[in-house]
Design a protein around this ligand. Structure first.
Ligand code: CAA
Length: 386
């Protein structure tokens, strides 16, 4: 482990998340993966511990522990169960973005209910079938009515789509081209006209439901507009900057879980008359794992620290997500290799980790999108810090 010294609060949050993960998530993680479903009960217990509002002001029901605490907590949770963790990270992202852009009334009404678990979790409805990496091309429309807005369209790839009690829904509110014509809305999960799709059958993260959402003339009052009209794209991008710290933390946690399992196994498993840990072939795989793990955790904490300082962190969050998701996949793969044939079976959690981590280089912006964000930032800062 690198020489990062957490503050008392950060250590307390990390320890709390670890205890919750060991006590609540660990005994349920294998069954959740095999049987699917949605970890509603685990999420309610997470809410009781403040894990749905880690970086949210106390005034709105959060614990106000900062972005570094958030990253450390997510790492601990994902070590055990990525599926439950992703529902928490998206919900935290939704709560934080309402705090950042919402009115006082929206914060009091919605953020408190997200933090307390009354909404179960929050959902982030940006993507559409034809607008994934390029959300500026979305077709969902919101038109003005005498009472507010009417939203019609179809969303896709919505995390927690089956259970989220509140969605931020992005829609086009003017004919302005691309990103300029978008606005964000707060839509309760029980709004008439909102239809939740069936969960997608996925490679991993089986306990996290991913669905389509249909919106048929969903009525939203004036108080449902989040931020200014036309500000939706910027809101989405700023939310995703923070979200990417969450996914980098999640990927780091999954990778650390797989590595620690492989490390224990290598010390116990005997071949050719000695524990396999005594062979250089195994030592090198575990050394590469340990090196990359330290690097991804440090990059993630750096992005989170910048966020806590109120400094720009877009590029650092993208770098952390890119590195943690891609190298994290390699770590899970090497860990599986250390276990040999056992690693390929469902009896051991490493094959789950390999399946679970794969999506981290896809959701909240693919690796290719992160490289676009990073390269644009490098070009912008050319001549200064590169
Ligand atoms: N912060 C603030 N503003 C930003 C910003 C940021 N990080 N990034 C862009 N903007 C602003 C720009 O300054 C620009 O503003 P002006 O028009 O006033 O100049 C405006 O937004 C448009 O920016 P770009 O020209 O850079 O936009 P673009 O169309 O070229 O797209 C992109 C940029 C980075 C590729 C962006 O489209 C992107 O991030 N795509 C990926 C989307 C994504 O991550 N989707 C994930 C879905 S959500 C999900 O997965 C959640 C889940 O449930 C797990």
């Amino acid at each position: 482990m690198f020489e990062f010294q957490p503050s008392e609060t950060q250590e307390m949050m990390r320890e709390g998340a670890r205890q919750y993960a060991d006590r609540i998530l660990a005994p349920r993680a294998t069954a959740l993966d095999h049987e699917g479903g949605f970890p509603e009960d685990s999420l309610r217990q997470a809410a009781d511990l403040g894990l749905l509002g880690i970086n949210v002001p106390e005034a709105y029901g959060g614990v106000e522990a900062g972005a570094v605490s958030y990253a450390l907590s997510v790492m601990e949770l994902a070590r055990t169960c990525a599926a439950t963790t992703v529902a928490m990270t998206v919900s935290n992202m939704v709560a934080e973005v309402i705090c950042a852009f919402g009115t006082e009334a929206q914060r009091e009404s919605h953020v408190t209910r997200l933090c307390s678990g009354e909404y179960v979790v929050g959902g982030f409805a940006l993507s559409e079938a034809g607008a994934g990496s390029d959300p500026s091309r979305m077709l969902t429309k919101a038109t003005r009515t005498d009472k507010g807005w009417s939203i019609t369209g179809n969303k896709l790839w919505i995390t927690s789509g089956t259970h989220a009690g509140l969605f931020i829904v992005w829609a086009r509110t003017s004919d302005a081209p691309g990103a300029r014509g978008l606005s964000a809305f707060l839509v309760p999960g029980d709004a008439p006209g909102l239809v939740r799709g069936k969960p997608e059958e996925k490679m991993g993260q089986h306990g996290s439901t991913t669905t389509a959402l249909e919106l048929h003339e969903v009525e939203v009052g004036e108080d449902g507009l989040l931020g200014e009209e036309g500000e939706g794209f910027r809101i989405a991008m700023m939310a995703l900057d923070g979200g990417r710290i969450g996914i980098a933390s999640l990927a780091s946690g999954v990778a650390r879980g797989a590595h620690e399992f492989a490390l224990d196994y290598a010390q116990e498993r005997t071949q050719f008359g000695a524990p396999i840990m005594t062979y250089q072939a195994i030592q090198w795989m575990l050394a590469d794992n340990a090196t990359e793990l330290d690097a991804m955790e440090l990059m993630t904490l750096n992005a989170a620290w910048l966020k806590d300082q109120g400094k720009p962190f877009t590029r650092e969050a993208s770098m952390a997500k890119l590195f943690a998701s891609e190298r994290g996949f390699d770590i899970c793969d090497r860990s599986l290799q250390v276990l040999g044939g056992y690693g390929y079976t469902r009896e051991y959690p490493v094959e789950r980790a390999l399946r679970d981590i794969r999506v981290t280089s896809i959701y909240e912006g693919t690796s290719q999108i992160q490289r676009i964000v990073i390269s644009r930032d490098i070009a912008r800062r050319f001549g200064g810090r590169s």
